[in-house]
Design a protein around this ligand. Structure first.
Ligand code: 5GP
Ligand code: MN
Length: 325
């Protein structure tokens, strides 16, 4: 763990123009953390732009300030500092590529992915933290910065979504303590967050789930379960990217299954894999083999080729992985 908070505050003090971004295909941790850093910088009187090239998934638009997140940076601000939250690598930042060419741009990388490449000039990466929101909560607590209910709710959402609402193995007593503080001191309403995130699904997303579940298969001695989501299904039931995020959990939830995989056809010959695992397997290593990364229990990568070929290749690789163990 590196946590150079002194360096962080020193740097922030000296600069005025900031741009903050998160990873592509943003989730609750990405959006919640983005809002929290925006809150901090505004509180310190800085000029700040919040950018996520894909916009905010509808499910997170209930978060206060989410309307301030823009798809592109405006022309008026020339950033001196770029802060990336929840991004394991520079290439996953939800920003136009030209940003990296700005002369003298200082990059701050705040994250919790074990596969983080340390791409910042300053890196604050805690792979023990359940979420980037947890890393930030620790900062706010240690620096004695009071939160408002809106930003507290954003941070609660960040931690809740990355821990599967406090069910996954990354949930520590510290995670629960931080969440409790948010509820007790800042008026966060857990039931409201859960309702917004889980009880507002679109009709299409549930019908799409039905189609995807029909593709469910189990193999490799019952240890691996996988499902396919192709363009034909998406054309039949159009949904936002974020709405398919939880589908892979059904594969992992089967008794005896250690690895769940969702193969999602983003476009012809471009297949995004979502990997989920139980306690026995570190899927970040398997995803990294295919050029991706993530966490031990949740990882991702993208492969090129027709769906069927990608499925066959990946399953052969996973079978080989088990044989070698
Ligand atoms: P998901 O399956 O929900 O897209 O991703 C699960 C986890 O793996 C997330 O923490 C996400 O940031 C990470 N992840 C997903 N796709 C990639 C990828 O292509 N490269 C890397 N390094 N991480 C990924
Ligand atoms: Mn995260």
């Amino acid at each position: 763990m590196t946590s150079d908070w002194q360096g962080f505050f020193k740097l922030i003090e000296a600069k005025n123009q900031f741009i903050v971004t998160c990873h592509v295909h943003p989730d609750g941790d990405a959006i919640g953390s983005l809002l929290a850093v925006g809150f901090l910088l505004k509180k310190l009187g800085k000029n700040v732009e919040l950018v996520c090239s894909e916009g905010v998934p509808t499910v997170y638009t209930f978060l206060e300030g989410s309307e301030l997140i823009k798809k592109e940076r405006g022309p008026s601000l020339l950033p001196e500092v770029l802060i990336a939250v929840d991004c394991a690598e520079r290439e996953r930042c939800a920003l136009a590529e030209e940003i990296w060419g700005i002369p003298g741009l200082i990059v701050i990388n705040i994250d919790h992915h074990i596969t983080n490449t340390g791409f910042g000039n300053l890196n604050i990466v805690d792979s023990q933290a359940a979420a980037t929101g947890e890393v930030l909560l620790r900062l706010f607590k240690e620096a004695g910065i009071a939160l408002e209910q809106g930003v507290a709710t954003a941070l609660y959402t960040a931690v809740a979504t990355d821990t599967g609402f406090f069910r996954y193995s990354n949930t520590s007593s510290f995670t629960l303590e931080l969440a409790a503080t948010l509820v007790k001191e800042y008026g966060v309403e857990p039931a409201k967050v859960a309702e917004q995130v889980h009880e507002q699904k679109s009709f299409n997303s549930i019908r799409l789930l039905g189609e995807v579940l029909c593709t469910l298969k189990v193999g490799v001695g019952g240890k691996v379960a996988w499902m396919v989501l192709d363009q034909e299904m998406l054309n039949k039931y159009p949904v936002e990217n974020e709405e398919t995020e939880s589908f892979v959990n059904y594969a992992r939830s089967i008794e005896g299954v250690e690895i769940g995989i969702l193969f999602k056809e983003l476009r012809a010959n471009e297949i995004k894999l979502s990997w989920r695992s139980s306690v026995n397997v570190d899927v970040s290593k398997l995803a990294a083999y295919f050029g991706g990364g993530g966490h031990a229990r949740a990882a991702g990568c993208t492969l090129n080729g027709p769906v069927k070929k990608v499925v066959d290749d990946v399953l052969r690789f996973v079978a080989g992985f088990y044989e070698a163990r």
